[in-house]
Design a protein around this ligand. Structure first.
Ligand SMILES: C[S@@+](CC[C@H](N)C(=O)[O-])C[C@H]1O[C@@H](n2cnc3c(N)ncnc32)[C@H](O)[C@@H]1O
Length: 331
């Protein structure tokens, strides 16, 4: 593979450390690291921070860099979603909170949303109590008929904000897509349907005052760039079978989610990948040995695509001209 011939030192950073207060809080809270705890350390039961930091890259904005050597196959860190939502086609078959697949008895068809455990039901309670007050028929139908998944994340986030589970600006730190005037116009219908559903539910103006067209568009612009499509790793033969049939129907994803730290990973030939084992909790794993100072990169698209196909998808789908070393090398 041509990429592997590139000296890994090329990827070592000459970076400036960036202080991101909100992100740093999240870094340490969800850390699963490759550092064994020191038995003599009185804090040895506390999770160590992950061996990474967010810093400016030379040509792709902020990026994630290793603060020490990481071995191939190591889990670098884990991340819980800030906001997630099931695929509409999976709404009755995955947990409404963590997106874990529900075991269904053959012949029985679950009705309505479901939760895999009391913990998920409890964690959802605040925003689900808000959501249940509104009539989502028109909004969900709009998403379903137009094949839209991102407005569903905005709906979940709006309910979280109303319930007090999240601040209205929770995604502000993430990079937004630059939406064209035409794209902004297309978001208007979704905004009105979302706002109408919530306003008509008598939640109270004081709770919905954040829900302006500007807020809706700003959130969508960030979701557009940073959302992850979640496909669970198959754990059992029956999962493999259902994944296979789901893929045929292009419905392999159980849902979509936004994370904080994983949103800072730039695109390149990957030395890192994200896996979801049984629910929307993400595991960032090293694909190869990574040196201290090296940038951690994931592949946003199918790694086997040609140079031209990658350039056009990254530009049209993600809105950026790829400056990764693989593309710069013409591979
Ligand atoms: C998910 S964000 C990654 C973090 C981002 N660099 C930041 O500062 O928040 C994706 C954005 O990062 C930039 N980016 C990621 N990979 C890139 C690449 N290979 N070449 C140029 N820009 C890239 C693009 O602006 C893209 O829209």
């Amino acid at each position: 593979m041509r990429m592997s011939l590139m000296a890994s030192t090329l990827w070592r950073s000459r970076f400036r450390t960036l202080y991101i207060p909100n992100a740093l809080v999240l870094f340490s809270s969800s850390a699963a690291t490759v550092t064994p705890p020191n038995k003599n350390d009185s804090l040895s039961n506390a999770p160590s921070p992950p061996p990474i930091r967010v810093a400016l890259t030379e040509s792709a904005g902020r990026g994630v860099f290793a603060t020490r050597r990481i071995g191939a196959g190591d889990t670098i860190h884990t991340a819980k979603p800030i906001v997630s939502y099931p695929s509409l086609s999976a709404i009755n078959t995955v947990c409404y909170f963590c997106l874990k697949k529900m075991r269904t008895v053959t012949g029985s068809q679950p009705q309505g949303v479901c939760f895999c455990c009391e913990n998920c039901r409890e964690s959802s309670k605040v925003f689900y109590d808000v959501e249940k007050k509104a009539d989502w028929l028109s909004f969900d139908e709009y998403c379903r008929t137009q094949g839209l998944k991102f407005p569903l994340l905005v709906k979940r986030l709006a309910c979280m904000v109303i319930s007090g589970a999240a601040p209205a600006g929770i995604l502000d730190i993430l990079q937004p897509a630059s939406l064209t005037r035409e794209m902004i116009l297309k978001t208007e219908e979704g905004f009105h349907l979302l706002r109408n559903a919530l306003v008509k539910s008598n939640i109270g103006d004081e709770h919905t005052s954040f829900l302006t067209k500007q807020w809706y568009t700003d959130v969508l612009a960030r979701i557009h760039i940073n959302a992850f499509r979640i496909e669970l790793a198959a754990g059992a033969y029956e999962d493999l079978l259902s994944l296979a049939s789901a893929s045929i129907e292009a419905e392999a994803a159980v849902g979509n989610a936004i994370y904080m730290l994983p949103s800072f990973y730039n695109h390149d030939y990957p030395n890192t990948h994200i896996v979801w084992i049984e629910n929307a909790d993400a595991k960032l794993k090293a694909l190869s040995d990574i040196d201290e100072g090296e940038e951690l990169r994931i592949c946003y698209i199918d790694v086997s695509m040609s140079y031209d196909a990658r350039q056009s998808l990254l530009s049209q789908g993600f809105g950026f001209k790829c400056n990764c070393l693989r593309c710069l090398s013409g591979d």
